[in-house]
Design a protein around this ligand. Structure first.
Ligand SMILES: [Zn+2]
Length: 370
């Protein structure tokens, strides 16, 4: 409620004191409500203006209006009140003014702000190195969504519904999808392979692509597992692509990555989306294939002298059937695909024994790769 100066009828000491206290309380409240320079000006004018300011009104109503016998007492009271009100008004300041002063304050004795220079994470670095090897061979980089549909992650890669190969992938599904048809249900992609189909839907053959990216599986974190990890896949499709092209390409890539002295070696394997399928081994780049480090056994290759680095194979004709209308007639084109785990290769490359170091965000660990 806005304060107005009351007319006094009772000029007793008690009544004057009560009226003065009310006036001071009102002025204090208004002083505290001042927020800006504009507030401050109107507050000052309201109380101090010579023409009809509150102090002038008090002078007129309380002092000039006082009966003769009360004039002395009223004069003293009004003078005290004026002093107090003047103090309050002079002491008031706008918050805005205080803030701008604080923000303009510069401590010239402070040292400058040093921004630490970032560096590539060891996994990103390894991934870029692998991608660069294939880019030199004419491959381009393709990417796709991490949240995928069952269709792209499984069905179109020749994992039919209820096929046991799906169980090996420990998939993380998005909740609340039960009302959708199975092929539309969302999940976190378990491999980068869905991007192969997505790219073949967009581009007609011939294609040569590498696909780096994050994938997720329901694996509790330990020294060699993580619920999130990184893959790089490759796909080449053209007429007359043979297993010889696959072997030559990967042999070249492994020599570019691990040194020209490494030997490669293929062992039969199984993947739903390739036929035939193989696992690629390289001679251990830690012990040079001997299985020993001095007198000690070489642990990364389990003393075999060979390290498995990737899975690969010729694209299964069933996969081409899903993109047949875009020029991928399995009777006319053939291709090969391969996929590797970047995190594991980074572990081997840097001679580490625990995958979790990569994901704990400890700068003391990470800055060693900068
Ligand atoms: Zn070894």
């Amino acid at each position: 409620m806005t304060y107005t100066v009351p007319k006094l009828t009772d000029y007793s000491a008690a009544a004057l004191e009560k009226a003065a206290d009310e006036c001071i309380a009102a002025c204090t409240t208004e002083a505290e409500a001042v927020r800006s320079d504009a507030d401050l000006k109107s507050f000052r004018d309201r109380w101090m203006a010579r023409k009809n300011g509150i102090l002038t009104q008090i002078n007129d109503l309380w002092l000039k209006g006082a009966p003769k016998e009360a004039k002395r007492e009223a004069g003293m009271r009004v003078n005290e009140l004026k002093t107090r009100i003047t103090e309050l008004v002079e002491g008031a300041h706008s918050g805005a003014g205080a803030d701008s002063l604080a923000s303009e304050f510069v401590d010239i004795s402070l040292p400058g702000i040093r921004r630490p220079i970032g560096a590539e994470h060891a996994i990103v670095k390894t991934s870029n190195e692998i991608v660069a090897v294939f880019q030199k061979l004419g491959y381009s980089v393709a990417e796709g969504p991490v949240v995928e549909t069952d269709y792209y992650n499984f069905e179109s890669l020749n994992f039919p519904p209820n096929h046991p190969a799906r169980d090996t992938q420990d998939t993380l599904f998005i909740a609340g999808q039960q009302s959708k048809p199975q092929r539309e249900r969302l999940l976190l992609r378990t491999h980068t392979s869905p991007v192969q189909i997505r790219t073949m839907e967009q581009m007609r053959p011939p294609i040569r692509i590498v696909i780096p990216g994050t994938v997720h599986r329901n694996d509790p974190p330990d020294a060699s597992h993580s619920p999130m990890f990184h893959q790089i896949e490759g796909l080449a499709v053209d007429t007359n692509i043979t297993f010889g092209d696959l072997k030559g390409t990967l042999d070249h890539a492994m020599k570019a990555l691990f040194g020209s002295s490494v030997k490669t070696h293929f062992r039969p394997s199984f993947f739903p989306f390739t036929e035939p399928s193989a696992e690629l081994y390289v001679t251990c780049f830690i012990c040079g294939g001997s299985g020993k480090r001095g007198a000690d056994p070489c642990r990364p290759c389990k003393q075999t002298g060979w390290i498995e680095v990737l899975g690969c194979g010729m694209v299964d004709p069933n996969v081409f059937e899903f993109v047949k209308d875009n020029g991928y007639d399995p009777k006319k084109v053939s291709g090969f695909a391969f996929g590797m785990g970047v995190d594991r290769l980074a572990l081997l490359k840097y001679g580490l024994d625990d995958l979790q170091y990569f994901f704990q965000g400890d700068v003391r660990f990470l800055e060693q790769f900068g």
